[in-house]
Design a protein around this ligand. Structure first.
Ligand code: KG4
Ligand code: ZN
Length: 353
């Protein structure tokens, strides 16, 4: 079975073709293509939803043709069309959903709407070192910071999440305060390489809260206070402030991930979402997990941020596990807000069962 995946939830148009294997093993990525709108939104310092939707419209079909050509396939070879149904920007989601349903109707193929975060969560299965269930997942994207217990496809238990800003948002907002371009995460972490992480004492919110929740809004405020205090000196101290900010975010993510592993007794950790590309986070998680004999899995760097491959893969794994059936659709909806643990699946056994 060949599944075309279309991702359009935010500022990246991603299309990919994934093939399921006859032996029921992890599906294979045949080809993927991506167009990032980052340079278009940079002038505004953030994503402009209407511009995002219009650009998805322009890109999605040419990207589909590129993917099919790269995979040596034609449209007739597509068996299922998958798309990101949510969460994300409503207008942007509607483009992917509309194109997917129209393609499905034109080709006489069924379609399946996929949860964006489930895509991120399962994306490490496309890496050279795929994980095995069960595992703890640290989902760190631009809009979400969550720790999940993952027993299998569709079997997710939320262990903790951010009560305000996401980790990616903390990176992006802090970077903006330092005058760095959007999205700030990669820029801030590059700048931090030349800085002293001890230079500024920044808060580690909820580090000792005893639960697995996160809060990053206070950290952003502390960075704002520092930039104001520094005034004209900011330029000269920017690398130190970036390094200190990154160290604070990473320390909280690492400590809470370790606490989640300890609480669940699981010995595998999967890190997914854009912030999962952060070098310091990977180094510190690798070191801490090696000491505790915990295996850590990441998606390939190219599949850390939004992409169509993870959407096609999530659809493939849901279909393979019998959790979802693609269907002919002549009407569609999207879910801009959609908690991952609300996905239908086999419920996890309660702790007392
Ligand atoms: O998963 P993603 O592509 O989009 C969402 O679904 O939100 O994540 C984007 C986020 C942005 O906040 C971006 O700044 C952050 O991931 N990011 C990074 C790095 N690369 C991307 N943050 C820190 N370090 C990086 N290397
Ligand atoms: Zn994402």
């Amino acid at each position: 079975m060949r599944i075309l995946g279309i991702e359009s939830s935010c500022d990246e148009t991603g299309v990919a073709l994934v093939e399921t294997l006859a032996d029921g093993g992890v599906p294979r990525l045949a080809a993927h293509a991506l167009h990032s709108q980052i340079s278009m939104h940079q002038a505004y310092g953030g994503v402009v939803p209407e511009l995002a939707s219009r650009d998805h419209i322009r890109r999605v079909l040419p990207l589909t043709e590129t993917v099919l050509a790269e995979a040596g396939c034609t449209r007739a070879d597509i068996d299922v069309v998958a798309f990101t149904r949510g969460p994300g920007l409503a207008g942007a989601l509607l483009v992917g959903a509309g194109v997917a349903c129209a393609l499905g109707a034109a080709l006489g193929r069924p379609v399946l709407g996929v949860h964006h975060l489930e895509g991120h969560l399962l994306s490490p299965f496309l890496s050279v070192d795929p994980p095995q269930f069960p595992f703890v997942a640290l989902l760190v994207s631009g809009g979400h910071t969550q720790l999940m217990r993952v027993e299998g496809v569709g079997r997710y238990e939320l262990l903790g999440e951010t009560i305000d800003d996401a980790a990616g948002e903390a990176f992006d907002k802090s970077a903006k305060l330092m005058g760095l371009p959007y999205p700030g995460g990669p820029w801030l972490s590059k700048l931090a390489e030349g800085g002293d992480a001890q230079a500024f004492k920044l808060p580690r919110p909820l580090l000792h809260s005893g639960d697995l929740d996160f809060s990053f809004a206070g950290l952003k405020t502390a960075v704002l206070t520092q930039t104001k205090k520094l005034g004209a000196e900011l330029e000269a101290r920017k690398a130190d402030l970036a390094a200190s900010t990154q160290a604070a975010i990473v320390e909280v993510l690492v400590r809470k991930s370790l606490a989640a592993l300890q609480r669940t007794g699981l010995t595998r950790l999967v890190v997914a979402g854009g912030v999962g590309a952060n070098k310091l986070l990977r180094e510190q998680l690798n070191a801490a997990c090696a000491r505790r004999k915990v295996r850590v899995h990441y998606p390939e760097l190219s599949l850390c941020t939004d992409n169509g491959a993870m959407i096609a893969l999530a659809a493939a794994m849901r279909i393979q596990s019998g959790l979802s059936q693609p269907e002919a659709r002549y009407a569609f909806d999207v879910k801009p807000r959609w908690p991952l643990d609300a996905l239908a699946g086999t419920p996890l056994p309660s702790p007392t069962a």
